[in-house]
Ligand binder design. Structure first.
Ligand SMILES: [Zn+2]
Length: 85
């Protein structure tokens, strides 16, 4: 018998998620409407993509989000400065 089972975190949690859906909490705020989420039960990470849907948080998506976050912060900072001035 081949018993080379791939362990994906907690099996019970994954089962719970498949029954009731993931319990996402915001793990990182990228921009005003783009956030990264993490499931409390199975630790699955997703992010809001440009179309506003949730998609898997791949290293590529993380990179895009970092760029977006950087742009958002710079723009936000500039707006704050212009409001004060
Ligand atoms: Zn989950």
């Amino acid at each position: 018998m081949n018993t080379s089972t791939i362990h994906h975190g907690n099996k019970l949690s994954a089962f719970f998620c498949s029954l009731f859906g993931h319990h996402y909490v915001v793990s990182r705020k990228v921009t005003g409407h783009i956030k990264e989420y993490k499931c409390l039960h199975c630790q699955k990470q997703v992010t809001t993509d440009v179309s506003g849907k949730l998609s898997a948080l791949t290293p590529q998506m993380q990179e895009i989000n970092s760029t977006l976050e950087d742009m958002y912060r710079k723009r936000h900072n500039r707006q704050q400065v212009s409001q004060v001035a």
